[in-house]
Ligand binder design. Structure first.
Ligand code: 1GP
Length: 229
């Protein structure tokens, strides 16, 4: 069985974006640790099922990052559930999760479920507005990370800069306060150098947009991370 705790590199595919079979094959066979299916806008069950079926042809583990109740489906290896720690609206912290468990609690395999303590740090990201976030300062982020590890015992703390390259010094400082909780970093990684730099601090980096903008650079981020060991 796959061990999420050892993952270092993950590609995130948006079910609302087109990807060719050739590019998908390259991503799945790249040596990445997993493929996450997830997005913010117009995530539909059809889009999720289409990607699930296409990624399933390969051996790479595939994860559904749940963005809405309508697009949840069986068949994934894991389900990642975002809990947006810096949202102003309790809905994104626990109410959607509560509804999902009300609906699917009887059939859930709890071993497949991982809660991600999300901290969304790019004010211009769609997810930031969508989840009604406030922008935390340095000390706020450190405190969210500590809450994730010591209060909520979350397996993952996710620094989400979606669309922009984040603050390396902050990622480094967050890593210092995490021990059991894995630090995921995502946002604006477009080159092997950026991948390497963020991976120097984060346990796992998530590569998204560049897949659609420059597949060659996207693929190079895998080797950059794996060679760093
Ligand atoms: C998005 O963190 C991921 O949820 C990756 O971000 O799309 O900017 O690479 P990018």
């Amino acid at each position: 069985m796959y061990n999420v705790k050892t993952w270092e590199h993950v590609f995130k595919l948006d079910p609302n974006k087109e990807i060719s079979d050739q590019d998908l094959e390259k991503l799945c066979d790249s040596g990445t640790d997993a493929i996450i299916v997830g997005g913010t806008d117009d995530v539909t069950l059809d889009g999720v099922l289409d990607l699930l079926a296409r990624v399933r042809r390969y051996t790479v583990p595939v994860v559904l990052e749940i963005s809405n109740l309508d697009s949840i489906t069986p068949g994934f290896d894991f389900y990642f559930v975002p809990m947006v720690l810096n949202s102003n609206n309790k809905e994104w912290v626990m109410d959607l999760q509560h509804q999902a468990i009300r609906e699917y609690g009887d059939i859930m395999d709890w071993e497949e479920l991982f809660v991600e303590g999300y901290c969304i740090l790019n004010e211009d990201a769609k997810a930031f507005r969508h989840a009604e976030c406030n922008l935390p300062d340095h000390e706020d982020v450190i405190a969210y990370a500590r809450m994730a590890e010591h209060m909520f015992k979350l397996p993952i703390f996710y620094m989400e800069y979606s669309g922009t390259y984040g603050d390396e010094a902050l990622v480094e400082d967050v890593k210092q306060v995490l021990d059991e909780t894995r630090l995921f970093y995502g946002g604006g990684i477009t080159s092997p150098d950026e991948a390497k730099q963020m991976k120097a601090h984060a346990d796992c980096i998530i590569v998204g947009n560049v897949i659609y903008d420059n597949i060659k650079s996207a693929l190079k981020t895998v080797k950059a991370v794996k060679d760093n060991n």
